[in-house]
Design a protein around this ligand. Sequence first.
Ligand SMILES: *[C@@H]1O[C@H](CO)[C@@H](O)[C@H](O)[C@H]1NC(C)=O
Ligand SMILES: *[C@@H]1O[C@H](CO)[C@@H](O)[C@H](O)[C@H]1NC(C)=O
Length: 316
Amino acid sequence: MTECQRSSPFVLHFFGCLAICDAAVEAIGDGSLPVPSSGVFALKMVQVKVPLAALSGHSVQLECIFSLDGESLYAVKWYRGVDEFYRYVPAEEPHATVFGLNGIEVDLDESNANRLVLRSITAETAGRFRCEVSAEAPSFETVSGHADMTVVQLPQRGPVIVGGKPRYSVGDQVDLNCTSMRSSPATNLTWYINGEPAERHHLKFYPIVEDIDGLETSMLGLHFIIKTRHFRKGDLKFKCTATLAALYWQSNEASAEPDRPVHHQRSSSSEVYLDGHRTSTLASAALTVHFLGPLQRSVLSACFMIAMLIYVVSLS
Ligand SMILES: *[C@@H]1O[C@H](CO)[C@@H](O)[C@H](O)[C@H]1NC(C)=O
Ligand SMILES: *[C@@H]1O[C@H](CO)[C@@H](O)[C@H](O)[C@H]1NC(C)=O
């Protein structure tokens, strides 16, 4: 205190000094100021790993990676928003406690201090997940980190093209609709003509339709007059793709041959893949479906699909 006063010849500085000195005296006085030394301030949050987007109906794994470095763990708490829903306290029996929250179903057998598994996630599960770790006495230090998760509901099937005619000739009006039913969020639709993205003025935009359950249907129209160049490579091919923020890509294709109906059929199949590796930072889902088109129409060859779920690691 005296040193502080000595070094401050100005009145203004004097008041500043008083404040600093008072604070120092108070801290030393009650002895509560943590003294930095090895073993103290050692608790560190390394990362909170939450999938950026997860598929509805599936399980997800959230990880809270921290470093105790000599400290003893008191508790790990998980919050969604401001609500705590899971607490892990090694000193208590049982170690884990779950607090009810909408859309949160903790798999207790699979969860521990570093890992939290949520079962059967729904749209309600989405939100900001925060992991808070606290150390035992004497430091009682607390660190936390968070990451956001959205829940994606893939459409049950690929986009559907309606309005195709059996044959098209130069000068004909093309009038097609591509519809992707019930997903969350709505898919983005894109039309391709002979593999090239359709020009914007050939597109007709329709508003997204939301069902009561929150699932959304998107539709995009394609309207243009056929020119000779469209048949330059033989068939005229229309393709519509539905994408969900890099998570999902699916397309339906219609082809028209000039002057003669198409008489081919395609077999059907459907597949879904989901990466089963819990620790993987990349999971993917894929669907393959082939539509069987009516013979009288030239609609046909539907291909499908690829879905990618990118689990982004978020550092607090
Ligand atoms: C596309 O959808 C719109 C809006 O529902 C409808 O008016 C139009 O007739 C449809 N076009 C075709 C080719 O089905
Ligand atoms: C649709 O595309 C727009 C623009 O490319 C993008 O900002 C948006 O995130 C996409 N939405 C989905 C659901 O993929």
